[in-house]
Design a protein around this ligand. Structure first.
Ligand SMILES: Cc1cc2nc3c(=O)[nH]c(=O)nc-3n(C[C@H](O)[C@H](O)[C@H](O)COP(=O)(O)O)c2cc1C
Length: 202
């Protein structure tokens, strides 16, 4: 079975974007059909213009396809990515989730596999609370959450059993390392594996 995986994310300055691209690339190499989708930006231009990396990222991704409700309906499995915002999900991703009432009402979000990833500046600044906040929505979908737990040795290195997270450092300039990339690869492989098993394949 070729799993249909939607990677739906928000990123202001590119960190979560890099995580999403890694996840998408790993999934494609594993034979999945992937939709990589950035949600719509909501912040006003004058605020975006105040942060050079934010403007750069918005401009660099402007031509790429944006997430629509159909991307979840289409998918067998969904990975959501959001930067931490005061320990919570970014409003841009939340706005996308909040457009899904009709699909939720028709039961079209249920029985799919879901997991998440995030980034924050500080190690204890909301990496876990953001994922837990995101997962509240998944329960309402009737989704099947597939957290990584400590199901691979890499989880004892990245240390987040709720999903995958990356600390960018106070200046926001620490790039993804080998450990975070390996943790993302593991999350993707686990999500694909469980999705296939749910479809009756092992
Ligand atoms: C409004 C706002 C709130 C933030 N809240 C937190 C926070 O609670 N904890 C933290 O460690 N970092 C926080 N950050 C830093 C971001 O999480 C960090 O820059 C982000 O993960 C980078 O992801 P991106 O490059 O994909 O946008 C915040 C940033 C902004 C703009």
């Amino acid at each position: 079975m070729s799993v249909k995986l939607a990677v739906i994310y928000y990123s202001s300055t590119g960190t979560v974007d890099a995580m999403a691209r890694r996840a998408a690339s790993t999934a494609e190499k594993a034979g999945a059909e992937v939709r990589l989708r950035h949600v719509d930006e909501l912040a006003p231009d004058d605020i975006i213009d105040g942060v050079a990396e934010w403007r750069e990222h918005v401009d660099a991704t402007a031509g790429e396809p944006k997430a629509t409700p159909d991307d979840i309906v289409w998918a067998d499995a969904v990975l959501f990515g959001s930067p931490t915002r005061f320990g919570n999900v970014a409003s841009q991703l939340k706005q996308y989730l909040d457009t899904l009432g009709p699909q939720w009402g028709e039961g079209k979000l249920a029985d799919k596999v879901y997991a998440g990833f995030t980034a924050a500046k500080t190690d204890h600044g909301g990496q876990e609370s953001t994922l837990l906040a995101l997962y509240t929505t998944i329960y309402h979908f009737g989704g099947i959450l597939v957290p990584p737990g400590y199901t691979d040795p890499v989880k004892f290195e990245d240390g987040n059993p709720y999903g995958v997270s990356h600390g960018t450092g106070a200046e926001g300039d620490v790039p993804l390392g080998d450990v975070q990339e390996a943790a993302l690869d593991h999350l993707v492989e686990r999500v694909l594996d469980v999705t296939r098993r749910l479809a009756g394949e092992s």
